[in-house]
Design a protein around this ligand. Sequence first.
Ligand code: SF4
Length: 120
Amino acid sequence: MEKNFTCVVCPIGCSLHVKEEKDGSIDVTGNRCKRGLDYGINEWTDPRRIVTSTIGVVGGLEPVTSVKTVSPIPKGRIMELMDMLNKVMVEAPCSEGMVVLEGIFGEDNDVVVTRDVVKG
Ligand code: SF4
């Protein structure tokens, strides 16, 4: 099995070719540095993404605020997290860094507010 990825670790954006050999080893080519090698292996074995979204705010000057995961989550669980965030409401005021979901998916990872909303 093999697949192509674009490395997003730096702006150069190398085209990576990742191939899993019969013995289970993972071969990455096209990377210019070790960071790209690690990125290619992670994309193959456990692709993860930082997720950004919005949640509702009650009693604020604005009806929503922006949020993001502190660390990347498994790519396959993004929709699950979006469903969770659709049900989250916070009360104004809320400020940057406020945790709205703690320990998501049993990991040491939270969803935090990224934009302040004052009381309306
Ligand atoms: S492989 Fe290295 S040089 Fe190429 S995009 Fe990734 S981090 Fe940048």
